[in-house]
Ligand binder design. Sequence first.
Ligand code: G3P
Length: 222
Amino acid sequence: MKFFVDTADLNEIKDLASTGLLDGVTTNPSLVAQSGAKSFIGLIEDICKVVKGPVSAEVAATDYATMLKEGQRLAKIAKNVAVKVPLTPDGLKVCKVLSDGGTMVNVTLCFSAAQAILAAKAGATFISPFVGRLDDIGQDGMLLIRDIVEIYKQYPAFKTEVLVASVRHPVHLIESAKMGAHVATIPPKVIRQLYSHPLTDKGLATFVADWKKTGQTILDAA
Ligand code: G3P
């Protein structure tokens, strides 16, 4: 399973990339606004230098012609840019043109299996179903992931990867992995939560204390 980080904070991205576990990055207009970056193009350039895997950069327009031009501009930044387009009729038209031309496309704001089928037919590299936002309105976001994974499996010609988005906690990630989702894009805070277990901390404290009792050091051993 691939791990992307869902942030536009360059320092967070650098820190998480140093773990060696980061396969890509997703950004969106809200995350870019939060980052305070003055140049969106410059920010994506910088992220693409830090992470070699797919870096999603989202178009800002909503009409076909402008979205296409924006997508083409974003795709020029670096080979690993995945242009992010919304799941609308115009967005999927842009998806088809860009993906036919060899650009990676991430189709975002997916909330139904029917929408995911359309995105696969439009040649999306990634489909981004938003699990947390479905949970927020009293639906079960993980059921959508189960449906999309199952549907895509029926059609080997679909090359679209399921990129679980709007992840709010580690259970979203565990359930996604059990279902065989290809990728999860995870906020930095949730990535850090993945490491934690109170018994790990407790066990390590005991090992450190007991090791001290031996009076030995591994590095000074003959
Ligand atoms: O990047 C898209 C998605 O992950 C947004 O998540 O938490 O704003 O619903 P959230």
